[in-house]
Design a protein around this ligand. Structure first.
Ligand code: F6P
Length: 368
């Protein structure tokens, strides 16, 4: 028989996305009403476990949050207990420590029987570390990047695609009025899912993703070809992680105390200058950045987040710890957290969506 559970913790880790509150809501409500157990909200992801910042969550605390973007618990993408920045040395370099023993003390103090970890690959990797130290966890996959292993969809992604598409539509009309080459840059780290989906939905003429290194010549040819066909503008959707063949991604900043320190950004600005120089066309670049991470979740994401959160509670009721809930072929399933940690799911060059994009005449930036 599974050990009795009286109290669980819940945290949201990594970059936020729409739908986090929907999960917190269903986990808390179902834990209280279905399992009769207490829920403790851990503030700012693993940082709350490190600093012992937690608060009880009752029905009232999670009322009226379904439609609210972000997370009522707060989050950070800078707190991995296994390698936490505790200060600086005499030369100003960050000093890292494994603070897991402190985390284990706080979990014991608060009498948490297990933790629901809502997050992306960084959070699942952190959860895998806790599991190894004997802390039972259940994972719920979120991220606008849609790059988690074992699930075909993370919640937050479809809302981000919708927001990005609306932005691309707006850029489309001004591109057309001014006869310009307009570049729209989207987040996604090393995965092109967001750009591929929003680019397709927004009818981008060129889509550039990290999985298909681009050729500047091919992009310029696509712009020139449109001019030749009397199409007087070109819309380019470019992922922040896109890079030229044999070249490097554009790094915006390095966040040294983050487990995944590189922040990408700026490739659209670089490309905008290069295309203008090579083609004599007028170009502009817009970086959507965090705009696509904010706002209220779509109806689809509210439902998906609720399905995921409910299954997390079912797993706990069944004593099936250390699993991440997932979606496969449209059905809710689950996979071991350890099997998804430290990995990213990227777009395969053979993906149907790429073939479809090419079929409607979209240039994927590679010479084919
Ligand atoms: O993983 C989500 C994400 O928004 C990525 O798409 C992006 O590269 C990164 O987080 C940005 O991180 P930050 O919020 O630290 O700038």
């Amino acid at each position: 028989m599974a050990p009795k559970v009286s109290r669980i913790g819940i945290l949201t880790g990594g970059g936020d996305c729409p739908g986090l509150n929907a999960v917190i809501r269903v986990v808390t409500k179902a834990a209280i009403t279905r399992l009769g157990i207490e829920v403790v909200g851990i503030e700012d992801g693993f940082l709350g476990l490190i600093r012992n910042r937690m608060r009880p969550l009752g029905m009232d605390d999670v009322s009226n949050i379904l439609t609210v973007g972000g997370t009522i618990l707060g989050t950070t993408n800078k707190a991995d207990p296994a390698r936490f920045a505790v200060g600086k040395d005499a030369e100003g370099r960050l000093v890292f420590e494994d603070v897991t023993p402190r985390v284990l003390e706080h979990i014991a103090d608060r009498r948490l029987d297990g933790i629901v970890c809502i997050g992306g690959d960084g959070t699942m990797s952190g959860a895998a570390g806790l599991i190894q130290r004997g802390v039972p966890c259940v994972g719920v996959p979120k991220t606008i990047d849609n790059d988690l292993m074992a699930t075909e969809l993370t919640f937050g992604f479809t809302t981000a695609v919708q927001t990005a598409t609306e932005c691309i539509d707006r850029i489309h009309s001004t591109a057309s009025s001014h006869h310009r080459v307009m570049l729209v840059e989207l987040m996604g780290r090393n995965a092109g899912w967001l750009t591929l989906h929003a680019g397709l939905a927004g009818g981008a003429d060129v889509i550039l993703i990290p999985e298909l290194p681009y050729d500047l010549e091919a992009i310029c040819q696509a712009c020139a070809e449109r001019t030749r066909r009397s199409k007087r503008f070109t819309l380019i959707a470019v992922a922040e992680g896109a890079a030229p063949k044999g070249g490097k991604q554009v790094v915006n900043k390095v966040v040294h105390d983050s487990p995944d320190p590189v922040r990408l950004g700026g490739v659209s600005v670089l490309l905008s200058e290069q295309i203008a120089e090579k083609t004599d066309l007028e170009t502009r670049a817009t970086i959507l950045g965090h705009v696509v991470r904010g706002g209220t979740p779509s109806a689809f994401d509210r439902v998906l987040a609720t399905r995921f959160g409910f299954r997390a509670i079912e797993l706990i009721a069944e004593g099936q710890w250390n699993r991440m809930v997932a979606l496969q072929n449209g059905r809710i399933t689950d996979a071991p957290i350890e099997s998804v940690a430290h990995q990213q799911r990227t777009v395969s060059p053979d993906d149907d969506l790429i073939a479809m994009a090419r079929a409607v005449g979209t240039c994927m930036g590679d010479a084919v």
